[in-house]
Design a protein around this ligand. Sequence first.
Ligand code: ADP
Ligand code: MG
Length: 396
Amino acid sequence: MTKKTIKDIQPKGKLVFLRLDLNVPLDDHGKITDDTRIRETVPTIRHLVSGGARVVLGSHMGRPKGEKKPRFSLKPVARRLGEILSTEVQFTGETTGSAIEQAKDNLKEGELLLLENLRFAAGETGNDREYAKQLSRGIDIFVNDAFGACHRSHASITAITDFIPLSVAGLLLEKEINFLKMALDSPPAKTTLILGGAKVSDKIPVVRNLINQSNAILIGGAMAYTFLKSRGIQVGNSIVDENALDICSEMMKESDQRGGLIHLPVDHVAAIKIEPNITVKMTKSGEDIPDNMMGLDIGIETIKTYTGIIGKSELIIWNGPMGVFEVNTFSAGTMEIAKAVASANATTIIGGGDSVAAVNQAGVADKITHISTGGGASLEFLSGKELPGIAALSDK
Ligand code: ADP
Ligand code: MG
C-alpha cells in the first residue's frame, strides 16, 4: 500500500477523527437487524484506544438528504458499539457546534465520542469545505476506515483531509485494498470473475478492466440477457439494458479472440413474472426464452459448466447474484454458485450487498476469504478507477 496506515502513526494523546461506515440496516422500529458493519470497525477502534488516542467517530447512515431525520439517527449505533466494545461511547446528537467542541476538548485518552449522522448536514454529500473545516477542528490525525464510502467525494472522506496534517488508512480499509489490489496487480493464472445482478452499466467497466487478468468470466443474473441479446439470441421479456448492447457486443468479440473467455448462460429458469410458486419453464440448452417470459435464474447445464470452472480456479472474484435469489423458485443458481465458490480451493473475494446476502443465505459466508464491505467501492476499484477517499490519504 502506497498510503500511510494507522501502523505508521503514534496516536498517544492525539485527537483522532475516525471515519467509519456504520450504515447498518434498521427495521421499522429502529432496531439494528445486522450489526456486521459495526463489528468490522472494532479492530481499528481498539488499535487507537490501546494506543492512547482520543477518538472522535463519524459515519453516515442512509440518505437523510441533509435533514435531521430521527429515523436515520446513529443513537442506536452508539449503544450497540458500546455493548460490543464494553465501554462507553459518548453521543451528543450533533456533528458540529459548541457542544461537540466541548465534548472533544473533554475527551481523555482512550475515550470515544460518536458524532450524529454526518449526512444530517447538507455539506457532507456536497463535499463542502466549510463543513469539512468544522469537522476537522482540533483534530490531529484523520483515519479513514470507511471503504464503502471511499468512491464518494464527501466532506468527511475527501475535503476533510485538506484541513488535517496527517490522513491514514484504518485496518479494515487496508485489508480491503490489499485484497483488491492483489486481484488487479498480481492475479494467479486461473482467475475467474463471476458477475451477475442487475446493474450492467456498473459491471461492464469491471469486465473491461479485468478481461486481460481473467482466465474465465462467468456472466449470470439479469445482466446476462443484455449480453445474450447483443449476440442476437432471443431473450423474451428478460431485463435488457438497451444502452449497453453495443459495448456487450464489443466485449463478446474480444472474448471470441481470446478463445471464449466470457461464458454466458445456455439454459434458464423462465417465468411470466417474478412471483413465488409461479409456473416456470426450464429451457433446454440453447433453446430460446419464450416471448412472454423472462429469464430469472441460470439453468442446470449452466450451473454445471460454471461450477466446473469455479472448482479449477485459484482466485475467484464474485459480484452479483445469478438470478432473483430472494424468491425461492429462482434461487437455485445463486445458491449452487455460492456453494461452489465456498468449497473451491481458491482465494475468494465477494462484493455487493445482494451477493453478500446470498452467501449468507447459502450458509457459506465463513468459507469466503474476503467479503468486501463496499459494493459500489469495490466495483469502482476493480474497474481500475482511483477512489477519491484513498487518493486523499497521506503518501508513505
Ligand atoms: P449486488 O448488490 O450484489 O451488487 P445487484 O444489486 O447488481 O447485486 O443485483 C441484485 C439484484 O439483481 C437482486 O435483487 C436480484 O433479484 C436481481 N436479479 C438477478 N438476476 C435477475 C434476473 N434474471 N432478472 C431480474 N432481476 C435479477
Ligand atoms: Mg444491490
